[in-house]
Design a protein around this ligand. Structure first.
Ligand code: ATP
Ligand code: MG
Length: 767
């Protein structure tokens, strides 16, 4: 039992007392995840069958890491533990039980795009104003209903909800929800929230099924419990009801998903649900330096709404928190990139010791650009997943249809791709007919002459035959052969092959990569069923982070603070600490929203082990205009004695083409126990008032790629740049987002306003 030696007495108690309900609510870095990990290992060592253990984590990556650790103690047996995110675990269970609730076992999982596309179609059919009934808004509303276990029938019957929607001038939300739910059902599809919502229905309406899983999961553990929503809470409660061997760990100070329905109430409910509850306290932070822990404590002390907790660190006191000011977001990127180069060489660190955390995805652009200029390898977590690329989704839509021809979103996606004369009008007709006769689109497609008029029966028949031939092949061939067959015969490979542009070739290569992935899957020996249907099953749940290829690469990690939960890095940069960005503009008018932003800041700060750097820019392009920014109130909430303030020195490089060959342009101002800097306006206290460059001259020009930095046409664009478009004429780039090759530009065209363009297709000319 050597592994138990790596635990302090409180942790050890929580690990060894495996029976009955237990809860650990403790601060960041105090070993909550470690307790779960060791507890599972301990259970298996004690002889509990790994098949009887269920562990729910917040990300797939977290469960992968945990499993690897457990494997080190108990060996291969760790493979048998049920472990994963709520969504992946219950998708797996629903695959087995779907028929009980009227779904086919090969149901499709609609990703957010599919869901929103369906909502838009419904709004069009109902002829509703898509400004009032904005698709995102409707999606969130339905999502929150489901996460609170409100079905569409209950939604329509609930007088309070109805009154609320009416007073918000959106009385039809309930009807949209109903139509949406019925359409998903007819298509044999579940959206993300359904995976939990339907699990609840399954467990509620089928006591035999509930009993089966209660017997199966004799030991349950939930990490990041503070971020579970009502739907998840209810599932856990039901499953744990028989044996009550349930252990949850969390930190109310890190609850950052209230907007998704996560609820601190779950922690409080837990105490009420289990009067026998064992509560463990963990107070020592093992992750971070004393300075970082104290800063984190002082930040969270500003929140009124929190549970009492003590956190201390026995680690070294460590360096102070570096605060850096930049003049623009691009300048901020440079400062961070240069600091990484310096810290890495002077402290003998690896790139993967560094993380850059930001509030919004759009901020990654400036960071990426600077990292690329210095040839620093990086990886963006939570970015556009490989499986979200258009060409991949197109081919996957054919796979989806092969296994579930009712899948409407898949039909809409590929019925006319590659083009085969089945345009929007035809699709509309099919939808109308399907609705009228209460059958699926696929039924209409298989018998067009029976349901729709017009001269398209021939093409529809061909399409039906094509998909039917895929179904037949899928029965005979292995996963790879089926996939290849579909790629070839659907016409997708040919279509992409004839596109000779760089983008066309990269799309072709992506398809090849997908096929390679399937080939690998088809050759795996550790799973029994290696059919394409199995490969396909939960692809919608995969994220960028789940791809194995660059697992061991030494790269800097870039991610939003939301996705950094639970992780730790030696050296952390939190960027964009500006009012209206962090805290976000939407949060500053209500205490509870502001407190959630502060918890987010707490999460970010507590990711750092040794060194923490905060930065902000005094101007930044936002929503198309160059805005002056003030430093975030969060910086001024930190006691100045923990801070070391650096200010980027304005030099002519700011105005030049590329200031990278110049000497480092920061100097340090040690502020020995100085008074708290007042940061609400103007330059940081104690720093020389730098002359603000004029806005017009600050706009960066196209950079000249430096040696060793692969030239890429899409790279040459920067915000602020004047460009010309074939059709829209002259304009100015006001925003760039996404990463290569999918950089999206917002360009302001005189008289036309902002247009969003994908750089790789837009053929913009720099003027
Ligand atoms: P978070 O709230 O951020 O999720 P956590 O409470 O889950 O944090 P862990 O990630 O489990 O904390 O632990 C933080 C770090 O401290 C990890 O590197 C872990 O290995 C280490 N650690 C935890 N407990 C001990 C211990 N008793 N001895 C040595 N190291 C420990
Ligand atoms: Mg943790």
């Amino acid at each position: 039992m050597d592994y138990l030696a790596g635990l302090n007495p409180q942790q050890r108690a929580a690990v060894e007392n495996t029976e009955g309900p237990a809860m650990i609510v403790a601060g960041a870095g105090s070993g909550k995840t470690r307790v779960i990990t060791y507890r599972v290992a301990h259970l298996i060592e004690k002889g509990v069958d790994a098949f009887n253990i269920l562990v729910l984590t917040f990300t797939n990556k977290a469960s992968k890491d945990m499993r690897e650790r457990i494997m080190k103690v108990v060996g291969d047996e760790a493979k048998n533990i049920w472990m994963g995110t709520f969504h992946s675990v219950f998708a797996k269970i629903l695959r087995v039980e779907a028929e009980k609730i009227g779904y086919p076992s090969n149901f499709t999982i609609y990703d957010t795009d599919d869901s929103k596309s369906l909502i838009r179609a419904i709004l069009r059919e109902m002829q509703l104003d898509d400004k009032l009934y904005n698709a995102n808004f409707v999606y969130n509303r339905i999502s929150s209903a489901k996460n609170n276990l409100v079905s569409h029938t209950e939604y329509l019957e609930n007088k309070e909800i109805q009154a609320e929607d009416s007073s918000n001038k959106r009385p039809l939300l309930g009807v949209i929800y109903e139509t949406y739910a019925k359409r998903c059902f007819k298509a044999g599809a579940m959206d993300f929230d359904d995976l939990l919502f339907k699990t609840n229905i399954l467990l509620k309406n089928h006591p035999d099924v509930l009993n089966k899983y209660q017997q199966k999961f004799r030991y349950l553990m939930v990490d990041e419990y503070q971020d579970t929503n009502f739907s998840q809470y209810t599932i856990v409660k039901k499953l744990a009801a028989a044996y009550q061997n349930i252990c949850v760990v969390g930190d109310d100070a890190q609850s950052i998903y209230a907007f998704r329905g996560a609820n601190i109430q779950n922690i409080l409910n837990f105490e009420r649900d289990y009067p026998e509850l064992q509560v463990y306290k963990l107070e020592q932070n093992y992750r971070s330096t004393q300075n970082i822990v104290e800063v984190a404590n002082s930040i969270i002390a500003n929140n009124k709404n929190q549970l009492e907790k003590n956190v201390f660190s026995d680690n070294e006191s460590g360096s102070r928190i570096r605060v850096q000011r930049a003049f623009t977001d691009n300048e901020e990127g440079k400062i961070v990139a240069e600091a990484i180069v310096q810290d890495r060489t002077s402290n003998g660190l690896h790139y993967n010791d560094f993380a850059i955390l930001y509030r919004t995805n759009a901020q990654s652009r400036a960071m990426e650009e600077s990292l690329r200029k210095l040839n620093i390898p990086y990886k963006i977590y939570g970015g556009l997943s490989f499986y979200q690329r258009k060409e991949i989704k197109d081919l996957i839509a054919y796979f989806r249809l092969t296994f579930n021809p009712s899948d409407e979103e898949a039909i809409k996606r590929v019925i006319n791709y590659p083009k085969r004369g089945l345009g929007d009008t035809t699709v509309e007709k099919i939808i109308v007919a399907a609705d009228k006769y209460n059958i699926t689109m696929w039924d209409v497609i298989c018998n067009p002459s029976q349901y729709i008029e017009g001269r398209i029966a021939g093409q529809l028949n061909d399409f039906a035959l094509l998909i039917q031939s895929f179904m037949a092949e899928a029965k005979k061939l292995d996963a790879y052969e089926t996939a290849l067959y579909i790629a070839q015969h659907s016409g997708i490979l040919k279509e992409l092959h004839t596109d000779d542009s760089i983008e066309g070739r990269s799309r072709y290569e992506n398809i090849q990569e997908l096929l390679n992935g399937i080939k690998e899957f088809a050759e795996r020996e550790d799973i029994e069923d290696r059919s394409l249907a199995i490969f396909m099953q939960d692809i919608a749940l995969l994220t960028n982070d789940d791809r194995q290829d660059d697992k061991d690469k030494d790269t800097v990690s870039l991610m939003t603070i939301h996705s950094s939960k639970g992780l730790e890095f030696k050296n952390v940069f939190i960027v964009g600490l500006e009012e209206n960005l962090f805290p976000s503009q939407m949060s500053v008018n209500s205490r509870s929203d502001l407190e959630e932003e502060r918890r987010l800041f707490y999460v970010a700060v507590t990711r750092a082990e040794k060194k923490l750097s905060l930065s902000y820019a005094t101007s930044r392009y936002r929503w198309g205009t160059l805005t002056n920014c003030e430093p975030s109130r969060f910086i001024s909430e930190i006691n100045a004695r923990y801070l070391e303030i650096e200010v980027a020195k304005p030099t002519k490089s700011l105005l030049s083409e590329d200031g990278f060959n110049e000497e480092r342009r920061t100097w340090t101002q040690q502020r020995e126990f100085a008074a708290k800097p007042k940061m609400s306006s103007g330059p940081a206290a104690g720093s020389p008032a730098a002359p603000r460059p004029k806005t017009t001259t600050m706009l960066p020009k196209a950079h000249v790629p430096s040696p060793g930095f692969a030239p890429d046409p899409a790279n040459a664009f920067q915000t602020g740049m004047d460009v010309e478009h074939e059709k829209f004429g002259f304009g100015k780039i006001v925003n760039l987002e996404g990463s290569l090759p999918d950089v999206k530009a917002t360009v302001f065209f005189q008289g036309l306003g902002n247009k969003q363009l994908l750089l790789k297709f837009a053929k913009l000319r720099i003027v």
